[in-house]
Design a protein around this ligand. Structure first.
Ligand code: HQG
Length: 181
């Protein structure tokens, strides 16, 4: 399959594995997993050109590693970014000293005043490097990068998790730990 088709299937997987499984009539279990064969069959019913080989290719070539198979390759789930209720069973991790959050310049004042909220996702999404934060920020307009004092937060009892694809996650970042990078 070509790059365009790859992106199209990746976007469909994000939609049904994170937000709207009912769009193609699949169900996610409490940990976000869904049956691979059912996913393929239901997608084909909707006219999507998905085969086991194409699915593996899309999952393996995804630069952000958005999706993961279970050990015996019978199930698949999104590694993060859900809006539907799922428990991915992340284990708490000690974060790096600093973490970064990319956003649009229009949101900076509100964030510096109110802190970072998780909005429609399960967590606030943070990255260990500024380059990633700039890319995330571009999705929201002119990018701005905020610096989070993660060491201080962890020391004061805030919990951090890391998703399978390396994104740092936490419930909420109060304003006092945030500064412009
Ligand atoms: C903003 C992508 C005003 C926040 C990326 C962000 C990421 C506030 C937006 C992942 C605010 C939510 C997540 C406040 C937060 N006032 N604005 N108090 N608190 N915001 O898309 O972090 O492509 O839900 O700054 O790579 O942009 O999906 O979160 O701009 O890892 O795999 O509210 O999505 O990955 O936007 O992105 P989002 P995000 P995928």
């Amino acid at each position: 399959i070509n790059e365009q088709e790859n992106t199209r299937i990746s976007k469909l997987l994000s939609l049904v594995l994170r937000h709207q499984p009912e769009h193609i009539g699949i169900e996610l279990d409490e940990h976000g997993w869904t049956d691979v064969n059912t996913l393929i069959a239901k997608s084909q019913k909707k006219g999507v050109n998905l085969t086991p080989g194409i699915l593996k290719y899309v999952v393996n070539t995804n630069v952000k590693k958005r999706f993961a198979f279970n050990n015996d390759l019978t199930k698949i789930r999104a590694s993060q970014g859900h809006s539907v209720e799922v428990d991915l069973l992340y284990t708490p991790q000690i974060p790096p000293v600093l973490l970064y959050h990319g956003t649009g310049t229009q949101s900076v004042n509100s964030i510096l005043q109110n802190g970072l909220q998780k909005m429609t996702r399960h967590h606030v999404h943070l990255s260990a490097d500024q380059d990633t934060a700039i890319k995330v920020g571009r999705r929201h307009g002119k990018p701005a990068v905020l610096c989070i004092d993660a060491k201080q937060m962890a020391g004061q009892g805030y919990t951090f998790f890391q998703s399978a694809n390396g994104v740092w996650l936490t419930e909420h970042v109060p304003a006092k730990y945030i500064s412009l990078a």
